[in-house]
Design a protein around this ligand. Structure first.
Ligand SMILES: Nc1ncnc2c1ncn2[C@@H]1O[C@H](COP(=O)(O)OP(=O)(O)OP(=O)(O)O)[C@@H](O)[C@H]1O
Length: 743
């Protein structure tokens, strides 16, 4: 560890040192040791300043000479025996590996060995008769042919043929004669050996055939066939199949790490990297700690991530980097044996949970090394972003499921896409809505606006009430678990989930109102226990403006298209911190980068809760809420408030199509009658002109007048009839919403 000595304030100089005297600046080097004290002061002329080094007034400078080292002298003290022993203790390797000493680990290794080798044995056992034996039989004729040709080549000394031919071509008669003579002698001798061996072999074969017991005969045939079969096996088709898949796992050496740093240009001409501790195994990978050359930083290594991975000959998804708090140039690498993000983290533990305390962190997933990652939604809003089909909804839903299992948490769930993913939340949610299209007299967008307005009023009320509560109940003016669970106070933790939020934000009539409300809630509400979780597949400024994005303290980005989008979701500066969600692969489902939920940022492989799992958990959550009496709002079947007096505005807005600028009054009336027959059913019976009068009368109090508008008639031609302009409705609704919000 580096120690930094902070010296105290400068002490007063001794009295005599206070009197300063001008010393002449010597142009020539002074002889050492300096004896200025007794030397007569030389005459000083203007322009001939001289200085003496060392300063005779500085007692510590005594004996210094020009060019001497400025480093403090290296004084080597002999280490004490204790230090010496401690040093040796650190570097000594244990006699037995760690797993031998720990009974748990011994048992685990034993179990693994039995499982591994029995599987391998079984794998080959059934292949022996079914695969390997037929293969041997098929290859044995080729093996026999290879063997006999090899014998033939040996007998006739074919290996010397090339030399003999070469001497013929060179017309070197002497060498040719010498080689021929040698070949004749060899062939004669080898022919005799071959003939005798064949005769002996045939005799033995005949004897065996006639006299040997069956088992011996069978053994001989098996041995011969196996031998020929092995000899006849093609070089590119091994006889034995592999019982295990070999991952690209190699031993990582310091040479490879140095090579990678050189390739990534992280070393300098004069300095390479250093290894403050030995390379070792860490889980399913290697842990390497390096000190970069002086002046290089962790951020430099981060920028060179891909080049480092290439230098180590691994995929970028296998290389993880951690900062070291002790030095800016120290980097800790974890090099996984294989891409850990492609390994699913498994089912959510919420499946086995009877209830959750939402005030405490709950399991959300694991990191790249399999360590649990706990999530919390207290005092924050969360933005989830990703391209479609990466697990955005599933990861957000796991958080909402945890909230559902705490019966004291109020849930407000809206899904802009009306997918099946959130339907089961109708069992527990206080307010819920799907999609943006009005159906059966119910406009989900208006329902969201009302829910958010209701919540805004609640948040404002909570601020007042919390500051008015007596000190013994609310000591710090903040929401506490006790206050949130006190039914009389009615301030439960609340989680607002808006999936595919861009669908609501881009709504032609209510989009602006929803944006304002969400901005307010995401910014102000978490402090009184109301958290907002928005998710979007379009985090750009048009679909999800930065004024809303910036209010989220926590961000979670699954795979996105580019590092720009990753910055948009995770916030400015995240790329510089090494967070780039565009590097995640398509196969990394449910995997994302989390920032701002805790002090640490990093990878989360979220737990999986399928639709069926969510259903099971929500059944349990509903039962829990029924027992505790906390089922409320939509889930409890409580009718939403009676229709407001100005509901005609929302209804008219709901029945206008997105691209319709002007619509005839009679068409609007017909649509209204279909949309909410209980309210407008009678209007349908009116004549064309009376319909227009009816609508005009209903809209007049809100400053909307009808006029002649152009539209298509049934026969395909056009006509001018009385009608409304869509923009008038939008203006009236926006103004009304604003007034309501301001109240
Ligand atoms: N944690 C996970 N583990 C394994 N697979 C997952 C995980 N989360 C999601 N998936 C898989 O990814 C698929 C897509 O998930 P999800 O519907 O949440 O994506 P999305 O980003 O919301 O897509 P869309 O934008 O189309 O709704 C799921 O059907 C599921 O199979």
């Amino acid at each position: 560890m580096t120690e930094i000595n902070v010296s105290g304030p400068p002490t007063e100089a001794p009295e005599e040192e206070k009197s300063a005297s001008v010393l002449p600046f010597k142009l020539k080097k002074a002889p050492a040791p300096a004896t200025v004290e007794h030397a007569p002061a030389p005459e000083v002329k203007p322009g001939e300043w001289e200085a003496e080094l060392p300063d005779s007034e500085d007692p510590e400078a005594e004996g210094l000479t020009e060019g001497a080292s400025v480093d403090p002298p290296k004084e080597v003290y002999p280490p004490s025996i204790t230090e010496w022993m401690e040093e040796r203790d650190k570097v000594r390797q244990p006699v037995f590996p760690e797993w031998v000493k720990l009974p748990d680990q011994r048992k685990a290794v034993r179990k693994w060995a039995v499982r591994h080798y029995s599987t391998m044995l079984g794998y080959h056992a059934w292949r022996l008769p079914c695969v390997y034996t037929p293969k041997l039989l098929a290859y044995s004729p080729r093996g026999a042919w290879r063997w006999s040709s090899a014998v033939g080549r040996w007998v006739f000394d074919t290996e010397g043929r090339a030399l003999r031919l070469a001497s013929v071509l060179d017309e070197d008669a002497a060498t040719y004669l010498k080689l021929s003579r040698q070949r004749d002698a060899r062939v004669r001798m080898r022919s005799v050996i071959a003939t005798v061996s064949s005769a002996v072999g045939l005799t033995v074969a005949l004897l065996l055939w006639v006299m040997a017991p069956t088992w011996l005969l069978a053994l001989c045939i098996v041995t011969l066939t196996t031998g020929f079969g092995l000899g006849g096996t093609p070089a590119d088709k091994p006889l034995i199949d592999r019982a295990k898949v070999t991952f690209r796992k190699r031993k990582l050496s310091s040479d490879i790490v140095i090579r990678a740093h050189e390739a990534a240009k992280l070393t300098t001409k004069d300095q390479t990297i250093a290894f403050p501790r030995p390379i070792g195994r860490d889980g399913d990978g290697w842990r390497v700690v390096v000190d970069l050359p002086y002046g290089m930083t962790f951020e430099d290594a981060l920028k060179a991530h891909s080049r480092l991975a290439s230098g180590m000959d691994i995929a970028p998804t296998q290389l993880f980097m951690d900062k070291d708090e002790t030095s800016g140039r120290r980097v800790s690498y974890w090099i996984a044996d294989r891409d850990p993000l492609a390994v699913p983290s498994g089912k959510t533990p919420l499946l086995g949970a009877t209830r959750v305390d939402f005030w405490k962190p709950f399991p959300w997933g694991v990191d790249e090394r399999g360590n649990p990652v706990m999530a919390t939604m207290l005092w924050l809003s969360l933005l989830v972003g990703a391209v479609p089909r990466q697990g955005k909804t599933f990861s957000a839903r796991t958080i909402a499921l945890a909230a559902a299992l705490d019966p004291d948490v109020r849930l407000i769930v809206f899904d802009g896409k009306a997918s099946p993913d959130w339907r089961s939340f109708a069992k527990v949610a206080h307010r819920i809505g799907f999609g943006i299209v009005p159906r059966d007299g119910f406009d989900p967008v208006m329902h969201l606006v009302n829910a958010l307005m209701e919540l805004k009023a609640d948040v404002e009320d909570r601020y007042h009430r919390l500051s008015e509560l007596p000190l013994h109940i609310c000591p710090e003016g903040k929401l506490t678990p006790e206050i949130s669970r006190d039914r009389k106070l009615n301030m439960p933790l609340t989680l607002v989930v808006v999936d595919e939020v861009q669908e609501y934000l881009q709504h032609p009539t209510h989009g602006k109102t929803i944006l304002d409300l969400l901005v307010y809630l995401a910014r102000v509400a978490p402090a009184v226990g109301v958290s907002v979780m928005n998710s979007t597949q379009k985090p750009d400024d048009t679909a999800c403006p930065s004024v809303l994005r910036d209010q989220h303290q926590a961000r979670f980005s699954l795979r996105v298209g580019s590092y720009h989008v990753s910055e948009v979701v995770l916030g400015a500066g995240s790329y510089g911190e090494g967070l780039d969600a565009s590097k995640l692969l398509k196969s990394h489902k449910g995997v994302g980068l989390l920032k701002g939920m805790t002090d640490d940022s990093g990878i989360v492989r979220t737990y999986l809760a399928t639709g069926r799992d969510a259903d099971t958990i929500l059944d349990r959550a509903r039962a829990l809420r029924e027992v505790e009496g906390t089922l409320s709002g939509d889930a409890a079947g409580e009718m939403s408030k009676t229709r407001s007096a100005d509901a005609i505005l929302d209804d008219t807005a709901a029945v206008l199509g997105r691209s319709e600028d002007k619509v005839w009054s009679e068409t609007v009336v017909d649509r209204l009658a279909e949309f909410a027959p209980a309210v407008y059913g009678e209007w349908k019976e009116l004549e064309g002109r009376a319909k227009a009068d009816q609508l005009a009368a209903a809209l007049k109090p809100y400053g909307i007048s009808t006029g002649q508008v152009w539209g298509k008639t049934e026969d395909g031609k056009g006509a001018n009839r009385r009608g409304i302009e869509r923009q008038h409705i939008i203006d009236a609704v926006t103004q009304r919403n604003k007034k309501r919000g301001d109240k």
